[in-house]
Design a protein around this ligand. Structure first.
Ligand SMILES: [Zn+2]
Length: 108
């Protein structure tokens, strides 16, 4: 695993700004991950970044202090924050949810 990747994952797991947006960073490295990670690991990292990043860091013996600051990146997040930018989502009575920064609009 590349050192810059481990550094990035560690920053996210520790709740520090990794210097780049997770979604952009993942897209940029997607081909690399498909090459070096098993299919299961790749998908878990894509949809459950924090959980899988901890698992990868442990595998490579990288010490870290876990933080839930980026929990909202997870597909199963209960934080009610935008999975792309982390803003608190807006809701209306009609069941719509959207990101105030314009990342998405969702009718539930
Ligand atoms: Zn957003």
């Amino acid at each position: 695993m590349r050192q810059d990747v481990l550094d990035f994952l560690r920053a996210v797991v520790e709740g520090r700004s990794p210097g780049e947006d997770w979604q952009n960073w993942f897209r940029l490295n997607e081909q690399y991950f498909q090459r070096v990670l098993s299919r299961g690991r790749f998908l878990r990292l894509k949809f459950h970044p924090l959980t899988e990043a901890k698992s990868i860091l442990t595998q490579y013996s990288v010490p870290f202090e876990a933080s839930e600051a980026f929990e909202w990146l997870d597909s199963f997040s209960t934080s009610d924050r935008c999975r792309i930018c982390g803003e608190t989502l807006m809701h209306n009575a009609g069941g719509w949810a959207w990101c105030p920064k314009g990342c998405f609009v969702l009718m539930t």
